[in-house]
Write a protein of this length. Structure first.
Length: 272
């Protein structure tokens, strides 16, 4: 019934308890999860999870905040994205939260990395998994410059080919992301007591453009806040969405799982 559109089961906190997590997912009716890659060094582990479990899928990408890791070349992303059960490009984007005394000009390496992922998405037709933190203006500017997002123009990305994951930005950023054809994904943050502005924003986001996620092992939703998160907790995110939108949890589960299918439309094709 539920789909966790973004988790990190390859991280040590979760990989060590994978059998327990998979069992908990089954009990919680979390039918599937997308395992997100954050470095090329990690990709083999992420991909192995997808190959070993028929309810898990994988992406390939290098997180914008990861330094001192193998820098992705276009060929690296293209080669790995062609493998079975790899259905997305990312986690990619921009993160200026920890500049550590550097100027924005000195973050050009992040922007170059982001553009490399966009080109991989362009060539493969796979959706982008976007991370943006303290960098929304540049994130949107680069996506707009890439072009072709809400129309399948020649050389451009096809319609709605990506998601802004773990959304915590402003209404203006949300509207811009929707205008570009992207989905918006909400994590356990939306259940936090101090997340009133985020809940206000969720009220008007169209249901047909919503995804839900855990971003586990981080950001466990209420009533598990402070604990290690897992995909089994994504129903608590769905419950919050349901309350805000005046829907049943089943309606939210069905809609967000359908949206996942619409966005990651190579899930079935990549299952072989």
């Amino acid at each position: 019934m539920f789909t966790d559109s973004h988790c990190h089961l390859s991280f040590p906190e979760l990989r060590a308890q994978l059998p327990t997590i998979l069992e908990a997912m089954q009990v919680a009716q979390v039918d599937r999860a997308l395992c997100i890659c954050t470095t090329l060094e990690e990709f083999a582990d992420v991909h192995a999870l997808a190959l070993q479990h028929d309810n898990l899928w994988a992406t390939v990408g290098v997180h914008p905040d990861n330094e001192a890791v193998q820098e992705p070349m276009l060929a690296d992303l293209l080669e790995r994205s062609a493998l079975p059960r790899v259905v997305g490009i990312g986690e990619t984007g921009l993160d200026y939260y920890r500049l550590n005394g550097r100027s924005l000009d000195e973050m050009a390496w992040q922007r170059d990395r982001f553009q490399m992922h966009i080109e991989a998405a362009r060539q493969t037709g796979l959706p982008l998994v976007i991370h943006t933190r303290s960098a929304s203006d540049d994130t949107l500017a680069i996506l707009r410059e890439a072009g072709g997002f809400n129309s399948a123009g020649e050389g451009g990305l096809s319609s709605a080919r990506g998601v802004f994951h773990c959304f915590t930005e402003t209404e203006a950023v949300a509207r811009a992301a929707l205008d570009l054809g992207f989905y918006i994904s909400f994590s356990g943050i939306v259940t936090f007591r101090n997340a009133g502005d985020l809940r206000d924003l969720l009220r008007w986001i169209p249901l047909e453009r919503l995804l839900i996620e855990t971003d586990s092992p981080y950001l466990a939703p209420v009533p598990h806040r402070g604990k290690t998160n897992s995909p089994a907790f994504v129903p608590f995110v769905a419950q919050q969405v349901a309350e805000i939108k005046g829907l049943s949890v089943v309606e939210v589960a069905r809609a967000t799982s359908h949206n996942f299918d619409q966005l990651f439309d190579r899930v079935v094709a990549k299952s072989c």
